[in-house]
Design a protein around this ligand. Sequence first.
Ligand code: PAF
Length: 286
Amino acid sequence: MTKSMMILSTLEELRSARASLDEPVGLVPTMGYLHEGHLSLVRRAVEECASVVVSIFVNPTQFGPSEDLAAYPRDMDRDLRLLESLGVDLVWTPTPEIMYPNGYQTWVQVEALTDPLEGAMRPGHFRGVTTVVAKLFNSVQPAKAYFGQKDAQQVAVIRRMARDLNFPLEVVVCPTVREPNGLAMSSRNAYLDPGQRQAATVLYRALSAAKEAHEADERNAEALRTIMRETLAAEPLAEMQYVSCADYDTLEELDTVSGKALLSMAVFVGKTRLIDNMVLESKAVA
Ligand code: PAF
């Protein structure tokens, strides 16, 4: 007989249910409004772990003052149906009061890695992410935790935090899931109207153009950034915030691409801010 999925809110309920889960336990942290990208993480966790916990928590501390937390899309009933159909054991849906009770004043901050890119555009964002993810790790105590490559800097920052704070778990990074037209799956795509949705494929086109140039042995990082800028500029509905060609590990901007590198960008399509990235693996140029 299949077990029914537990849906719990309080920390006490979580802790007592956690004790009865078969090991190893996999955790998929989410903010809900699940799409194929999240579901690919859940499927991988179900394949690799004896038990799977999914957290759904729209974390207020990772939203800036100008970012609309209240408007973040939510659909708990649909999320729960999807998770149950994938064989998830436990869904934890804490409230903001459970995560940040009165008097809360403890934060987890990764330093240099959070300075550039998303960190520069969204001050305080990663402090909110690392704090809530550390709390999720402590509460669920998973052997493996699953994140999407779509949020490349988030992945780098969480891996750094897990190493630096000795969390006894493996951070598993899963590939970006894309629509057939290349648009990376994101909860924020829900804000796009049909015309904007089409325009938003320019992120994929810009990244692909730079990646192709790299495959044709272009190693000048500024030339790759220029290709991305020019592709974005040709789409009237898109407004570039940044493009980057950075070292994969340190996220520092490169002059020359020699090892593993990250192409990334943030672009407004209408009022919706979209991010996307591709990894470059350099073979030695003869
Ligand atoms: O990627 C997200 O959805 C969030 O940043 C995370 C990791 C669930 C933390 O709130």
